[in-house]
Design a protein around this ligand. Structure first.
Ligand code: ATP
Ligand code: MG
Length: 564
């Protein structure tokens, strides 16, 4: 608890130097908002949150925290067609898990529908909005291009009375989907296409997950978003760069209505290498079964990262490392992996687990002897203490820790060679037992009793130390190893992006051998399996009968040669 408080203090002391903080500093200097800072995170509940959203959440929440301001979670639930309660619930869970505390400020844009409707009526009365009978297709066609002005709608000059009447009848459900829209009356020749009489309301006869059948007209993002910010008294409405060209419209609506007017500020969205981030693509991966749900540990979703073993601290730290910029870029996924390694290195208890076991019989070790050896739980944190690890005549080591014909620089076990067993003894390989096909079945070794770790009896030195588990005491577990989900850096750059899915992104090891202290590990518990990486107990498939571990990340950058 104490540590947590210190951390938050540190976090707000080292202020991230980015242009948004500079804008806010200036606003505070000029007393623009009476010293207030109020941000929000406004997801549309049409999918699960991903690491890009985490960036937006940490940015908005971090700002509120830094300036002693407020942070809202607001669902932008204005489109009943793609939105679901499942998404709402997952988003709330993820935002809380990330530690972005919205206190009692959980809002839904749909709760503002009546107020938005009244403001639309006001715009009609001011001659600034009209009901248009053009179809979506016709509106698109008459919008013009960057070089040519658009064509004014034949319905543009309806009288205010007629518009009020038609808009009310739209609301009452007198017209079918797509028959009419409400449009802002701005300028069909504006160089900014967003200002060419944008649509404010569409007719959609669909029940809404919160409003039921109350509405059959739904506001567009451009119309709704500024109103939502205004209602909540947001000071800085921070969004991604694609909304830069929408800002004049955001401002126009608020100016016409003469209501409280927050400031929209845009920043570059996060793009991660070897990853797709659009919700449409993530949904496709889920629906077409390329992954095992939104929380598949290979997904860039918050729930996927959580299941994979990521911590909120690592994700927050990652968003601080990458910073906030005004220009789009591709962030190396290795930075995300770096952030989780840094965090788990400090916190994860060490354990020994053999992923691909090779049996070793220590011929000169007493048959029935079991020694309880001391193992350090975390060399980065001695307060984590030690544990006992049983050692006996038969042990397992990794298949990759023995080679008959080793390359130069291989310091593990070889015929007639010696290696140290972590926390135990130095052993020497005396004999290699094979089957008819020449496959290695087991090794016969001898140990040197004087070389017990920490005993100080012998000063014999060997170059390699390997991990092991006692065969008699080992528990079996399933272990899942992950690789990148895509084989190319920027999958979204390809039309046929699904062709670049990595066929080897998941490797399941049905029977790894783990040290007995892991037996009581609980879903979500995190460990470093010495030399094999960081692992956590899977929250979906682990049972009392069978532990399932996910590898969160390897110990080294995974493309380096000597990694496992
Ligand atoms: P879609 O993929 O459907 O366009 P979206 O990813 O923009 O949706 P929203 O629910 O509208 O999803 O996003 C909520 C907030 O998160 C927005 O303010 C948006 O700007 C921000 N956001 C979304 N993706 C990223 C990203 N990759 N990096 C940073 N912020 C993001
Ligand atoms: Mg969006």
């Amino acid at each position: 608890m104490e540590e947590k408080n210190n951390k938050t203090e540190n976090r707000s002391e080292k202020k991230p130097k980015n242009f948004i903080y500079e804008i806010i500093d200036e606003d505070i200097r000029t007393n623009k908002w009476g010293g207030r800072v109020h941000t929000r995170f406004p997801p549309e509940p049409n999918g699960y949150l991903h690491i890009g959203h985490a960036k937006a959440i940490c940015l908005n929440y971090g700002i509120a925290q830094h300036y002693g301001g407020k942070f809202n979670l607001r669902f932008d639930d204005t489109n009943p067609e793609k939105e679901e309660v499942e998404y709402v619930n997952s988003i709330i869970e993820d935002v809380k898990w990330l530690g972005a505390d919205f206190e009692d400020r959980l809002f839904f844009a749909s709760d503002y529908f009546e107020q938005m409707y009244q403001w639309a009526v006001e715009l009609i009365k001011k001659g600034k909005a009209y009901v248009c009978d053009l179809s979506a297709e016709e509106i698109r066609k008459t919008r013009g291009t960057l070089t040519e002005p658009g064509i004014e709608s034949p319905y543009r000059n309806r009288t205010i009375q007629e518009n009020l009447d038609l808009f009310e009848r739209m609301r009452k459900g007198e017209f079918p989907d797509g028959a009419k829209t409400l449009r802002a009356k701005i300028d069909m020749a504006s160089p900014n296409l967003n200002m060419r009489d944008p649509v404010m309301y569409r007719i959609i006869h669909q029940p809404h997950h919160r409003q039921g059948n109350k509405w059959c007209i739904y506001p567009t993002y451009d119309w709704a978003h500024g109103l939502e910010d205004s209602i909540e008294g947001i000071t800085h409405s921070i969004c991604t760069l694609e909304f830069e060209n929408h800002r004049p419209l955001y401002d126009w609506f608020l100016d016409q209505l003469e209501i409280y007017h927050p400031q929209q500020i845009e920043f570059a969205r996060l793009n991660l290498s070897y990853t797709v981030m659009s919700k449409r693509k993530l949904l496709q991966l889920v629906q077409e079964g390329y992954v095992d749900g939104w929380d598949d540990p290979r997904m860039p979703t918050i729930s996927g990262l959580r299941r994979r073993g990521y911590t909120p601290e690592a994700i927050r730290n990652f968003t601080e490392i990458i910073g906030v910029a005004k220009r789009d870029a591709l962030t190396d996924i290795a930075l995300l992996e770096y952030a989780i390694r840094e965090d788990l290195n400090k916190r994860a208890q060490r354990a020994m687990a053999v992923l691909n076991p090779l049996k070793v019989v220590i011929t000169n070790y007493p048959d029935d002897l079991v020694e309880e050896l001391d193992a350090i739980n975390n060399p980065e944190d001695f307060s984590a203490g030690t544990r006992k690890v049983p050692f006996s005549k038969e042990i397992y080591i990794e298949q990759t820790d023995f080679m008959e014909n080793p390359p130069k620089g291989y310091y593990r076990l070889v015929p007639n060679g010696e290696v140290r067993l972590r926390y135990a003894y130095i052993i020497k390989c005396e004999e290699v037992i094979k089957n008819d096909k020449g496959e290695i079945l087991e090794l016969r070794c001898t140990y040197d009793p004087d070389t017990k770790s920490g005993s100080g009896k012998s000063n014999k030195k060997v170059k390699g130390t390997i991990h092991w588990v006692s065969a008699r005491h080992a528990e079996k577990a399933e272990v899942r190893l992950y690789d990148r989900l895509f084989t190319v850096e920027e999958p979204a750059a390809y039309e046929n992006w699904l062709d670049y899915i990595n066929p080897n992104s998941l490797t399941i090891i049905p029977e790894a051998m783990i040290e007995p202290s892991l037996k009581n590990a609980k879903p979500g518990d995190k460990f470093q399996f010495e030399r094999n990486g960081y692992f956590c107990v899977d929250t979906k498939y682990s049972t009392n009968e069978k532990l399932v571990f996910n590898r969160t990340v390897t110990l080294k950058e995974s493309w380096k040669k000597d990694s496992n």
